[in-house]
Design a protein around this ligand. Structure first.
Ligand code: PAN
Ligand code: ZN
Length: 189
């Protein structure tokens, strides 16, 4: 099948490569460096220092070739590297789905969490290999690596869900996730 399939997609098998943290056949691959996370970490000075000191990769998103179209169920593997900015763990940008649709995540490697915010309430799910995290419609979601190794998970989502990043700029995320003495610490945004 072609690398970036158009509808209709024929039934096909997708291999999850747990070593390479990727899917095969492979579709689009996205790499987000620290500079792509502007305005997201609480300590903007520490964020700027990290950008200037080599702009490290924070996470990658490796998708299958299933297209992001209505009625399809695309999948992707996100891998967040370990690290923190002034104690605030490396994380994804986070987004709301434009069409308020649900999503499911399956932990593959490492330890992390799923932070969700519906504009009023915050929820936190601990994620590890084989944990399924369910994101109901209307909950913005952000993933956080709380461990010392890469944290990786599979996402399956409706093809027309969209990624509403501006929603996060407008509403924030309710909480921030910091390194704590024993466990991750959720502090007010
Ligand atoms: C995931 C996310 C992925 C990267 O596939 O898109 O983890 O996070 P950001 O999109 O917030 O940068 C998903 O939730 N898709 O709907
Ligand atoms: Zn999503």
């Amino acid at each position: 099948m072609s690398q970036f399939a158009e509808q209709p997609v024929e039934p096909f098998a997708i291999s999850l490569d747990r070593e390479g943290l990727s899917l095969w056949p492979e579709g689009p691959v996205l790499t987000r460096r620290m500079s792509a996370l502007e305005h997201l970490f609480a300590d903007t000075v520490a964020w700027r220092i990290a950008v200037d000191a080599g702009d490290p990769i924070v996470y990658t998103v490796r998708s299958s070739p299933v297209p992001e179209l209505r009625a399809e169920l695309p999948q992707s593997v996100t891998t967040i590297l370990p690290g923190a900015i002034a104690g605030e763990f490396y994380m994804t940008k986070g987004h709301q789905h434009q069409n308020l649709e649900g999503e499911m995540y399956l932990g593959i490697e490492g330890t992390g969490g799923l932070l969700m915010f519906n504009g009023r309430n915050v929820r936190w799910l601990d994620m590890k290999p084989d944990t399924i995290g369910y994101i109901p419609p209307g909950w913005a979601h952000r993933s956080v690596n709380t461990g010392a190794e890469p944290y990786s998970f599979l996402a399956v989502y409706p093809g027309d869900a969209g990624h509403h990043y501006e929603w996060v700029r407008e509403h924030g995320f309710g909480s921030r996730v910091f390194r704590g003495d024993k466990a991750p610490q959720l502090l007010p945004y």
